[in-house]
Design a protein around this ligand. Structure first.
Ligand SMILES: *Cc1c(COP(=O)(O)O)cnc(C)c1O
Length: 416
């Protein structure tokens, strides 16, 4: 597969791919926005659909020769609808950010108010950060989390909604570990006449398997990435139930924010959505959740502080302050120990994003290679050991060797 002889003809490319394969195989990926896809997804994304250019919706294309492109996109749409129990889906967004931008473009007017979660509290940059196009084109108001509980406080969201009268309320973040109250958010949206958009990028897999509350029927629109908890293609999707929104959302995707379809990625979306409909995907998500909870408990016992007190979504935000460490130092030390994590701000962080107080972790990729709760407890102990001596090359090297040994027992692709 990744060691395939085809790369021999381009030694520089081959070296990069082989290096990346070895990095993934011999290290533990704990970054929440990553996963390890199946050979089927990998093959579909490298398939001959790479050669095909189409624009528009299935069976209504601007180019000819789209018979099989239509079939594969229709398949992905049908599977997305079945998986999430909704009436409409658009599987074309090239990324999660594009899915969100398309919904905003389709449903909002320039300058409309969006009420979304503050990035500093765990919201995602694509929900209106000032440095983005959406931040420029709409009026962005932010809600955060309660200082005491670090949970979203619906009273606070309601007060902001009443004050700013948003046309869109956005829920779902990139560093919020707790489940969301979709019914409560919808009641607020209804009160002010806003659409509720739920971005479930980090917990879509749990939603699909009934391990997390479902955003439908509360959300008007749901967006997601397909490569995090859905364990699939690199891209995004949009889901909704009201036919009156269809032409707006579809038009928001194309020609709104995108051109032609990445049909090879749509093929890989069909593949991962097909896998997600099978019983094994439920078992995988149970492993993700159980693994994350065990990892969180182990870190808690080792003296780290869990932001918001734990995790409902498999995403863990760790406050390093009790250890006298910052996220940048910790992430670098862990990388030397073969553990890939990302530094992250915590709510009300007094430290800057480059050297924040926290780390963000997830069990997605570990569970994908077969780690169970025992392995995640071991991962937690490795993290504690490495971060008790972040400048000690001997300790980090020892953990590195142990990580490699366990990784060899859980190959990411058996055939490589
Ligand atoms: C990861 C993520 C996205 C964006 O994904 P890209 O594919 O990087 O554009 C959007 N929303 C949330 C909540 C995310 O976590």
């Amino acid at each position: 597969m990744q060691s395939s002889d085809i790369f021999v003809q381009d030694p520089e490319l081959q070296a990069a791919i082989a290096g990346e394969f070895a990095r993934q195989q011999d290290g533990i990926e704990l970054i929440a926005s990553e996963n390890i896809v199946s050979p089927l997804v990998l093959a579909a994304q490298g398939s001959v659909f790479t050669n095909k250019t189409v624009e528009g919706r299935p069976y209504a294309r601007y180019y000819g020769g789209a018979e099989f492109a239509d079939a594969v996109e229709a398949l992905a749409i049908e599977r997305a609808k079945r998986l999430f129990g909704c009436r409409f889906a658009n599987v074309q967004p090239h990324s999660g950010s594009n899915a969100n931008a398309a919904v905003f473009l389709g449903l909002l007017k320039l300058g409309d108010v969006i009420l979304s979660m503050d990035t500093a509290a765990g919201g995602h940059i694509s929900h209106g950060h000032p440095a983005t196009l959406t931040g420029r084109d709409y009026t962005i108001m932010r809600y955060g989390v309660s200082r005491q509980s670090e949970w979203i406080d619906l009273d606070d969201v309601r007060a902001l909604a009443r004050e700013h009268r948003p046309k869109m309320i956005v829920a779902g973040g990139s560093a919020y570990p707790r489940a969301l109250d979709f019914a409560g958010l919808r009641a607020i949206a209804d009160e002010v006449g806003a659409h509720l958009m739920v971005d479930m990028a980090h917990f879509a897999g749990l939603v699909a398997t009934g391990l997390h509350p479902h955003p439908f029927p509360h959300a008007h629109v749901v967006t997601s990435t397909t490569y995090k908890s859905l364990r699939g293609a690199r891209g995004g999707l949009v889901l909704w139930n009201d036919e009156a929104l269809s032409s707006k959302i579809d038009g928001g995707v194309f020609p709104g924010v995108q051109g032609s379809v990445m049909m090879h990625v749509v093929a890989a979306k069909a593949a991962c959505l097909g896998e997600a409909l099978r019983p094994e995907f439920r078992a995988y998500n149970e492993a993700v959740l159980a693994g994350a909870k065990r990892l969180a408990e182990t870190l808690d016992a080792a003296g780290f502080r869990l932001v918001a007190g734990g995790t409902d979504t498999g995403l863990i935000l760790v406050d390093l302050t009790p250890k006298g460490l910052t996220g940048d130092v910790a992430a670098k030390a862990l990388e030397k120990a073969g553990l890939a994590v990302n530094k992250n701000q915590i709510p009300f962080d007094t430290r800057p994003p480059e050297a924040p107080s926290g780390l963000r972790l997830s069990a997605n990729a570990g569970a994908a290679r077969g780690f169970g709760v025992d392995e995640f407890a071991t991962v937690g102990r490795w993290i504690a050991r490495a971060l008790d001596a972040p400048g000690d090359a001997g300790v980090l090297g020892q953990v590195r060797d142990e990580v490699r040994t366990v990784c060899r027992q859980f190959p990411i692709y058996a055939s490589c």
